[in-house]
Design a protein around this ligand. Sequence first.
Ligand code: FUL
Length: 484
Amino acid sequence: MKKHSLLFLCFCASVSQLMAVGKKEFLKNKVIPTENQIRYQQQELVAFVHFTTTTFYNKEWGNGDEDPKRFNPYNLNAEQWAQTAKNAGVKELILTTKHHDGFCLWPSKYTEHSIKNSPYKNGKGDIVREFVDACHKYGIKVGMYLSPWDRNHKDYGRKEYIDYFKNQLTEILTNYGKVSEIWFDGANGGDGYYGGAREKRIIGNDYYPWAEFHKIVKTLQPDCQIFSDNGPDIRWVGNEKGYCGETFWSTINRNKLRVGNSDPTYLNIGETTGSSWLVGQCDVSIRPGWFFHSSENNQVRTPSQIVDLYYKSVGRNGVLLINLPPDSTGLIHKTDSTNFVEFKKIIDESFKNNLALGSTIKTSSKWSKKYRSANINDNITETFWAASDKDAQPEIVIDLKKEKTFNRISISEPIAYGQRVAEFQIEVQTKDGWQKVASATTIGYKRLLRINKISASKIKIKVKKSAGTAAISEVGLFLASEKE
Ligand code: FUL
């Protein structure tokens, strides 16, 4: 290469470097989620399968002395569980590999209180394996619930049990391929069989060495997301009713949370200035109980009731976790699967047609050219509009070009840059002028607003309060069926 062309190349390189430095990138100076947490949040819907000896005793919490000989789900078909989940668009299924009663659905080599001493497949069965295979067949991610509280184990409450628990954790995270989520339950009731002692065992806040458990998980399965009252990846939202707060911050201070002993209201709301990002997971059973009881066959949540929960969980920046408990034959009851699949059909139908696509958008300011207003309705979650840092109360006006009729509004923030909006209001322009139709607090991954059906040609979003410069990645307008 001639000397002058080399000089020219060097000149071009330094100019582009200078331009890159001069580019005004939107600030990531906030607490932000990991890529795995973002992926988890985007799943929106996760399902639970609660199953153990308890199912055969028609109880909720097994005491730990249930006889494995009673455990015989002769018709069990894990593919029916996975297929039900698939039909409802669920991306991940979580199985109770061991509930509080201590019975293991896999032939653990560390206890006799397991499937290997049951009549199921003459003691040769492994339901964790069947579950994992079924999930793989239907393209569903695998999650595992492993109860730290064990009412069967003689050493529960002592150091020896911690070693036992670590061994079991290692077993299920080593022998069954990729595990996407591990679910650590905070429940600790005290009473139990405990190897025949039949007494109450109260544990202190420091009994479980959580950091050691987490290390085992992340060493064996680096991408596995850990759920508990205080994360570290996914958090409980303080109730088992399937909804998070109307104000819901993914940010929270972990040092204010203790597994099994946290303030439910704090979990349900989070904190604007929280120092950790924990995805909120709203768990709920499709029936009153977590385990199957035929007496509850007429109390299964209806599709409309689950739709309502979807708005109060996914629509408030959470993830919805619905439990579908198999009966004692090993199958999910028809009413449960039908209602669950029907619920998802209603949601898909409601959000099929985004009426905001193709509209023109104007904003009161923008951070820079790259974060332009047109990013708000490009249907790409990664691109977004950001206000100027001098604009504390920015406004977005969406011009629909002609009158459109809608009753649902969906708004998302680019959470990779943190959660910012703390208060906003929506107005629409109708023949009678501008009218306020909704106001709310947080947005996060997704905020869904249900309003009365209205016909309007323009919609205005006014951000009234924001923790840092406001940014919005998508806005959608939809017309859902009147019933939902
Ligand atoms: C609770 C447990 O006690 C219930 O049985 C159920 O497993 C639920 C998901 O978590 O804490």
